[in-house]
Design a protein around this ligand. Structure first.
Ligand code: PNS
Length: 163
């Protein structure tokens, strides 16, 4: 049984994340989409809300679980018996940060491997931060997030009209 963790903030889940989740489940028997509990980032959605949104979006994908965690990722991985971290890389600009994290995780837990996966080309520019910004300013993000996420954005964020 091969277990991997796909960790992140997922505030909110995008179609890019979902694409990586689908790809990850082809490589691993069990994929834990692990939400970092980090209130310091002042997220738009609470951990419980993000958990519910993700769970609804992955309901049709076998082998996916949606836990949350605090503290070191590698400690969480030990608790859930995971051997690999899955991370999506969109552009070269992601690589430096991801390289640092992967090597740091390996330094503090030598058995941990990081698997970098490429999302579908049409999502290579999509980030949760930009989705929130564009939506807030009245842009159409319907193609970039799952429908339940779009609904939650509509309920949560007031759209600021141009002046
Ligand atoms: O989606 P994000 O915010 O880029 O994800 C970052 C995340 C959650 C993968 C990273 O911040 C993390 O693993 N945090 C847990 C604390 C930890 O282990 N830090 C050392 C990582 S080298």
């Amino acid at each position: 049984m091969r277990t991997a963790v796909y960790p992140g903030s997922f505030d909110p889940l995008t179609n890019g994340h979902l694409d990586i989740i689908r790809r990850g489940t082809r490589l691993f028997d069990r994929l834990l989409v692990a939400i970092l509990e980090n209130e310091g980032k002042s997220p738009l959605f609470t951990v419980a809300e993000r958990k519910e949104l993700i769970a609804r979006c992955v309901a049709d994908i076998p082998g996916v679980e949606v836990p949350s965690f605090s503290g070191l990722l590698v400690d969480f991985m030990r608790r859930v018996d995971a051997t690999a971290v899955v991370r999506g890389i969109r552009a070269v600009s992601d690589y430096e940060y991801e390289l640092q994290m992967a090597l740091m995780n390996r330094e503090i837990s030598p058995g941990v491997e990081t698997i970098f996966m490429l999302p579908a080309v049409e999502y290579t520019y999509v980030s949760s931060r930009l989705v929130k910004e564009v939506f807030r300013l009245g842009g159409d993000v319907a193609r970039l997030v799952p429908p339940v996420v779009l609904e939650s954005l509509k309920q949560r964020l007031p759209v600021t009209a141009a002046t």
